[in-house]
Design a protein around this ligand. Structure first.
Ligand SMILES: Cc1ncc(COP(=O)(O)O)c(C=O)c1O
Length: 427
C-alpha cells in the first residue's frame, strides 16, 4: 500500500479471519458478538451497517467519542510540535499545574506517562523508594494493570481465568467491604489484622470506588480508617482514580474526596486523554524527591500533543459542567432503577454514584444466589435495542453503567424504558 492509497475496506468476515491469523485469542471481543464499529460521536457509536448504539460502557471517552474540541486540540498541536519532556514547552508545565490545582494542597508534583498500568507501576516504585519498604496491600477483586508487577497486585487477574494464584509474599489482599452480601463482618478489623501480619508495608493501592470487584462504593469511614492503619506502620496510600476520577461520581473531581481522605499518591488514567493514551501520577514534593539520583524519563509521557489533549479534556469538563451532569444523570438513573427494583425481584442491589453505577442481579433476594446467566441475557437484550452495557464482579452478575459523561435525560429515559422491557422478558 503506497502513501497515496487508502486502507482497503474489509468485510467483518475478512477482519475476523485476519484477527485469527495475527492477533492472540487472549484479546477478547466485547459484547458477546463482534461489533464492527466505524465511527464514534459523543455518547454514540455507529456500526458499519449504520446502527447507532448508545454507549453506556466507555468511561474512557469521558467527554464524548471524538469530542470536536479535543480532536481539534490534538490535530493543531500535532501539526506544530511533538517532542518530549527533555525540552521546554508551555504545555507540560501548564497542564501539570492545572491538574495539580484540582487536587488537595500538597499533591503538587506530577509525572505524565502513557497508560494506567505505567502510572500504577510508577506509584508503587515511588512508595517503595520513599518508605524503603516492599510489601503492598490491595483489595480483593481489584485490577490495577497488565504489567508483571501489577498482575501480581491484581486479584481480579491472578485469581481469575488463566491466573496462577497469589504469587508473592509481598502482596496482601484485604476483603471487599461488600455490605450488600454480608454486613455482619467487621471489615476494618480484618484489614487491621492483615496490616499487623504483613512485613513492613510500602503502600496500600486502592480504587476510591471499586470497579472490577463489582461496582462497590466503600462504606463511609472505611478509607479514612484504612489509610490511618497503613500510615501508622509507615506505608503510603495510593488512590487509583483510573476509572472513577475526573468527576465521574458527580459533585467532586476525585472520588477519594467523597470520603474526606487525602492520598499520598493519586493515579489518573483512562478519561484523562479521552481515548488518547496518557496517564498521570501526582504526589507531594517529598515523595517525588525520593527518586533523587535516578533520572525519570518516559519517551511519550507528557509530550506536547498529550498535554494539549489533556488540557482540552479539562476545558470540556469545566465548560460543559460535566461533573454536574454526571450527578444529575446519576440521580435520574438511580430513581429509574429503584422503580425497576420494586418491580423485578431479580434486581438485588443498585449502587454507585454519578455515572458509575452497578446493578447486582440475584436469583433470590434472601439467599442472594447470583444470577450471571440472567445478567448475560440482559446485556444481550439491551444490545438488541442498540444500548451497550457490560458485566463485571467476581460472580459476573453486576451490570455496569459508566457512559461518556455527556449523556442526556433522553438517553437515561430510553435506557430505563428498555431495561424495563428486557427485565420483563427475562422474568
Ligand atoms: C482501576 C484501574 N487501574 C489501572 C488500569 C490499567 O490501565 P491501562 O489499561 O491504561 O494500563 C485499569 C484498566 O482497566 C483500571 O481499571
Amino acid at each position: 500500500m503506497g502513501l497515496s492509497e487508502s486502507v482497503p475496506e474489509l468485510s467483518l468476515e475478512e477482519i475476523l479471519k485476519m484477527r485469527g491469523e495475527h492477533i492472540s485469542e487472549s484479546l477478547s471481543i466485547g459484547h458477546g458478538k463482534p461489533l464492527h464499529i466505524t465511527r464514534g460521536e459523543m455518547q454514540y457509536l455507529y456500526s458499519r451497517s449504520g446502527v447507532k448504539y448508545l454507549d453506556l460502557v466507555n468511561n474512557v471517552c469521558h467527554v464524548g467519542h471524538c469530542n470536536p474540541h479535543v480532536v481539534s486540540a490534538g490535530q493543531k498541536q500535532m501539526a506544530v510540535l511533538n517532542t518530549n519532556t527533555r525540552y521546554i514547552y508551555d504545555g507540560l508545565t501548564q497542564y501539570i499545574q492545572r491538574l495539580s490545582y484540582t487536587l488537595p494542597e500538597g499533591l503538587d508534583y506530577g509525572f505524565l506517562v502513557n497508560s494506567g498500568s505505567e502510572a500504577n507501576e510508577l506509584a508503587i516504585r515511588l512508595a517503595r523508594a520513599y518508605t524503603n519498604n516492599h510489601d503492598i496491600v490491595v483489595m480483593e477483586g481489584a485490577y490495577h494493570g497488565h504489567t508483571g508487577m501489577l498482575i501480581d497486585l491484581s486479584p481480579y487477574k491472578f485469581r481469575g481465568p488463566g491466573g496462577k494464584g497469589i504469587a508473592e509474599d509481598w502482596v496482601h489482599v484485604a476483603p471487599v467491604p461488600d455490605t450488600f452480601r454480608d454486613n455482619s463482618r467487621d471489615y476494618l478489623n480484618e484489614f487491621e489484622g492483615i496490616v499487623r501480619d504483613a512485613k513492613p508495608i510500602a503502600g496500600f493501592i486502592v480504587e476510591s470506588m471499586l470497579s472490577c470487584a463489582g461496582q462497590i462504593p466503600f462504606p463511609q469511614g472505611y478509607l479514612a480508617k484504612s489509610f490511618e492503619l497503613i500510615r501508622n506502620v509507615g506505608g503510603l496510600c495510593i488512590a487509583d482514580e483510573v476509572q472513577v476520577g475526573f468527576g465521574r461520581l458527580g459533585s467532586k473531581m476525585w472520588a477519594f474526596e467523597e470520603h474526606g481522605v487525602i492520598p499520598d499518591i493519586v493515579v489518573m488514567g483512562k478519561p484523562i486523554g479521552n481515548g488518547h493514551p496518557m496517564a498521570a501520577v501526582f504526589t507531594t514534593k517529598e515523595i517525588a524527591d525520593s527518586f533523587k539520583g535516578m533520572e525519570f524519563f518516559s519517551t511519550f509521557g507528557g509530550n506536547p500533543v498529550s498535554c494539549a489533549i489533556g488540557m482540552a479534556v479539562m476545558d470540556v469538563i469545566e465548560e460543559k459542567n460535566l461533573i454536574e451532569n454526571s450527578k444529575l444523570m446519576g440521580e435520574l438513573f438511580i430513581d429509574g432503577l429503584t422503580k425497576l427494583k420494586n418491580r423485578y425481584e431479580i434486581i438485588g442491589d443498585i449502587r454507585g454514584k454519578g455515572l458509575f453505577l452497578g446493578i447486582e442481579l440475584v436469583k433470590n433476594r434472601s439467599s442472594l444466589e447470583p444470577a450471571p446467566k440472567e445478567a448475560k441475557l440482559l446485556v444481550e437484550g439491551m444490545l438488541s435495542k442498540n444500548i451497550l452495557l457490560s458485566i463485571d464482579g467476581p460472580r459476573k452478575n453486576v451490570i455496569k453503567i459508566k457512559p461518556p459523561m455527556v449523556i442526556s435525560k433522553e438517553d437515561v429515559d430510553r435506557t430505563i424504558k428498555s431495561l424495563n422491557e428486557v427485565f420483563s422478558d427475562i422474568e
